[in-house]
Design a protein around this ligand. Structure first.
Ligand code: FAD
Length: 296
């Protein structure tokens, strides 16, 4: 598929090139080589904020962690939390310029009501001002395209974390390049995650299109005025309505980035795209690195 790469002593740069080549082929690999992770660092929890009181969905928290002193990361990269001998991955929502490492975490519970190992720690148990071990994982399969490429960002729930990092990167590198965010949550009253910032990006042209979808909204007419378009229903339903626009953007060379739920959202969008474009065209988009997913 591509010329062989020589990797000497797990050299990080060579491993990243390997991942980039795979990503360009539309493939991703779980990073099983230790050299792909930065060393573990003790990061301090600086602040934790509950974002969706009253929501019909599980609680969602924004966490600010201290910035790891010697690490660099870019939009698409992952923070790996190490607890006992387990680890959990979380999309990084901020950029190093912002001077903190931001996460967006959904509190999860087992059927018996016990908190999830990672999310329970992050959302409830971790005392602010203390540290936990993290490593940063470079994730070239979800790195940004060149800053001039029109970008379609689609996601739901905590997927907004990974998409926000891309938006922030766009706002710094090429704020006038076409960028479209299509995002879904549950309730328009309680789940307006990072609304002010998204509105600001829309008003200043960083976002040329903004679609917010609320699955528990009873009717669009009931939703208050705001920037962009608002839909009741799931992201995939709104995308169906925006088919013409999506095809137009793809014609102009846009890349599609999807972050959030694998089941439901990402799989339905995949089906829609297969229906509209056919599998050959999808394969071509993947090979060109124009259709990328970070879903879980
Ligand atoms: C690349 C990547 C990026 C991720 N980014 C984020 C992120 O930005 N924010 C975030 O909150 N999570 C993210 N996750 C998911 C995260 O890693 C954990 O899986 C999640 O926090 C649950 O872990 P836990 O230890 O709390 O739950 P566990 O103790 O493993 O399980 C608790 C309960 O939750 C259920 N559960 C576990 N995982 C999921 C899931 N993904 N969907 C639905 N139910 C589940 C289990 O069935 C169980 O009932 C990401 C995962 C990956 C692979």
């Amino acid at each position: 598929m591509f010329a062989p790469l020589c990797v000497n002593r797990l050299q990080r740069q060579a491993l990243e090139q390997w991942q980039q080549q795979l990503a360009a082929q539309g493939l991703t690999v779980a990073c099983t080589v230790q050299g792909c992770d930065s060393a573990k660092e003790q990061l301090t929890l600086e602040q934790r904020r509950w974002l969706n009181p009253g929501s019909p969905g599980a609680a969602l928290y924004e966490l600010h962690l201290s910035k790891p002193p010697h690490s660099h990361w870019q939009a698409g990269d992952i923070a790996r939390l190490w607890l006992a001998d387990r680890y959990r991955d979380y999309s990084i929502a901020s950029l190093p310029d912002e001077n903190h490492l931001r996460l967006l975490v959904r509190e999860q519970h087992h059927d018996n009501g016990e908190p999830g190992l990672g999310s329970g720690w992050l959302c409830q148990q971790w005392p602010p001002g203390t540290t936990s071990p993290f490593s940063l994982r470079s994730n070239p399969a979800f790195h940004a395209p060149s800053a001039a490429v029109p970008l379609i960002l689609i996601g739901n729930g905590t997927g907004l974390a990974g998409l926000r990092a891309h938006l922030k990167q766009r706002s710094l590198q090429n704020p006038q390049a076409p960028c479209w965010l299509l995002f879904g949550e549950r309730s328009p009253e309680h789940d307006r995650i990072w609304q002010q910032e998204l509105d600001h990006w829309y008003q200043t042209g960083v976002l040329s299109e903004l679609d917010r979808c609320y699955s528990r909204a009873t009717g669009v007419a009931e939703l208050p005025e705001q920037c962009g378009r608002t839909h009741s229903g799931y992201v995939q339903h709104a995308l169906r309505r925006e088919k013409k626009r999506l095809l137009q953007w793809l014609k102009q060379g846009a890349a599609i980035y999807i972050c959030g739920s694998r089941d439901g959202m990402a799989s339905d969008i995949d089906q829609l795209l297969q229906q509209w474009l056919g599998s050959r065209a999808i394969q071509r988009l993947q090979q060109q690195g124009r259709y990328r997913k970070d879903v879980y």
